[in-house]
Design a binder for this molecule. Structure first.
Ligand code: ADP
Ligand code: MG
Length: 458
């Protein structure tokens, strides 16, 4: 199972539970429970001891993914060609397309992203393999930096803590937004936060909102797509809400069909897309960020349409095999390969937000049900295999101690002006580390599948 033994300190991790709980409650590592009460987020009592080179490798390659997706987003023909079939069968993709204006509107391209990697066991050793890039609503940055601080506090003075790299994932995304505002906004404009109605992750967003106001003096207005559809208008080219003109609309909603339950929400999205207000992400960036396009790009020749051959090699090194359900690969269709070895594949629709994928028996069942036409809305991805390790964490104030696997997402930002090949500014700093029981397939923290972790980097 695990390759290297954990430090003996792990045996005492449970003793830190009370101190840890009080620290995280004092520092806002909280969420709403289903009944509306407030409790702590599940978090680690002991850092994950990362394999050598894993953290640095993922961090190094992350900005390259932004560059790739920027170029893909700017190629409408490419998106249209590869999403044509999904658009026919998937109403959500169709809905997004319906928001695009006839003629593209000239705006800078701001990326606030999180690149998720797993420590895959491969013949070359343990290397980061990408799960996905999140170009929309990349969240839990503040929660991550708080867990990181909690572990540094709890283990202060030990040898172990010297390896826990301090990070500020939430502040990174916030800084990208603030720099974008400084670069693009006119005097008096605001940033719109587009949130889902009844948001449970409000604390992460409030931290960001407060940092924008207090550190950067930038006014923020929270709204929903429905409200924008009902009350928004375009004035002097920009989306305006209640008399406030918006330089930027930062989406923490809009990635799921559940966020468009009526025509007003679509109206809100169209309004933004038809204005000079810079959406993070714009519809073309969101389309480029679909699982379908991720699958198409997992190929050297395809990557070389957008980046240099050397960059394509670097990207491909961090990718696993992906296939269309009815497309051919390794002498069979994706469907045949996945049915022959269900444990080695994951079936994914072009959806975000977690809980949408099919694994194991459920994947087999779903693959057998899908018609050739319906299968166009899905892709297959090789399952990333990891070594399990022991993890001690606090879940609903109880210590849990068993075998887990993990996933690290590096936070980045970058802005390109229209027509420029080099970014005006970019950075990668901080991460989200989500760890889960070895038998859990999905990775949602707020859905209760996984817990917030932090890394000791050798
Ligand atoms: P979403 O856009 O809904 O977040 P993801 O592609 O990130 O979809 O998948 C959700 C979760 O499923 C991941 O966080 C990970 O835990 C698990 N998962 C996804 N793809 C793979 C894979 N190829 N191998 C192993 N686990 C995976
Ligand atoms: Mg994900």
């Amino acid at each position: 199972m695990n390759s290297s033994p954990a430090s003996p300190l792990i045996d005492q991790a449970a003793d830190l539970a009370q101190e840890a709980l009080e620290y995280v409650m004092a520092h806002g590592l909280v969420r709403y429970r289903k009944d509306g009460s407030i409790g702590h987020l599940p978090f680690t009592l002991y850092p994950w001891e990362a394999p050598k080179g894993f953290y640095e490798h993922g961090r190094r390659v992350s900005p390259l993914y932004n560059k790739l997706y920027l170029r893909v987003s700017q190629q409408r023909d490419f998106l249209d060609e590869h999403l044509a079939a999904s658009r026919e069968v998937d109403d959500f993709v169709k809905g997004l397309y319906s928001c695009l204006p006839e003629k593209p509107i000239s705006r800078p391209w701001l990326f606030l992203s999180r690149n998720d990697f797993m420590p895959a066991v491969t013949p070359q050793g343990i290397v980061p393999k990408q799960v996905e890039t999140n170009l929309m609503a990349a969240s839990l940055g503040y929660a991550s930096q708080r867990v990181n601080a909690a572990i540094r506090f709890l283990y202060a003075g030990t040898e172990l803590v010297k390896q826990v790299v301090p990070h500020r994932g939430g502040s990174t995304i916030c800084k990208g937004l603030a720099l974008g505002y400084k670069h693009y906004a006119r005097a008096g404009q605001v940033i719109l936060f587009i949130v889902p109605p009844g948001e449970v992750n409000a604390f992460d967003q409030r931290s960001m909102q407060a940092e924008l106001v207090l550190e950067y003096g930038i006014p923020v207005v929270r709204t929903t797509l429905d409200e924008l559809g009902e009350q928004g208008e375009i004035r002097d080219g920009y989306t305006c809400l209640k008399g406030k003109s918006a330089a930027i609309a930062y989406f923490r909603a809009g990635y799921s069909p559940d966020h468009y339950t009526n025509e007003l929400a679509w109206k809100g999205r169209r309004l933004l897309e038809h204005s000079q207000t810079m959406s993070i992400p714009s519809v073309t960036i969101q389309l480029a960020n679909t699982k379908k396009i991720q699958q198409v790009l997992a190929d050297q020749a395809m990557l070389e349409k957008f980046v240099s051959p050397q960059e394509a090699v670097e990207l491909l090194e961090t990718m696993v095999a992906m296939a269309p359900v009815d497309g051919s690969m390794r002498g069979g269709t994706g469907r045949e390969l996945a049915l022959a070895e269900p444990e080695n594949w994951v079936l994914k629709p072009s959806r975000e937000g977690g809980g949408n994928n099919y694994f194991g028996d459920q994947m087999v069942e779903q693959l057998k049900k899908l018609s050739k036409r319906e299968a166009e809305a899905f892709i297959l991805m090789e399952a990333i295999k990891q070594d399990a390790f022991r993890a001690v964490r606090l879940v609903e104030e109880k210590v849990v101690d068993d075998l887990c696997v993990t996933e690290m997402g590096h936070f980045t930002y970058a802005l390109w002006d229209e027509g420029k090949s080099d970014p005006e500014f970019e950075d990668v700093e901080g991460y989200l580390l989500r760890t889960k029981h070895v038998h859990n397939r999905e990775g949602l923290v707020l859905g209760g599948y996984s817990f917030l972790d932090t890394a000791a980097v050798p």
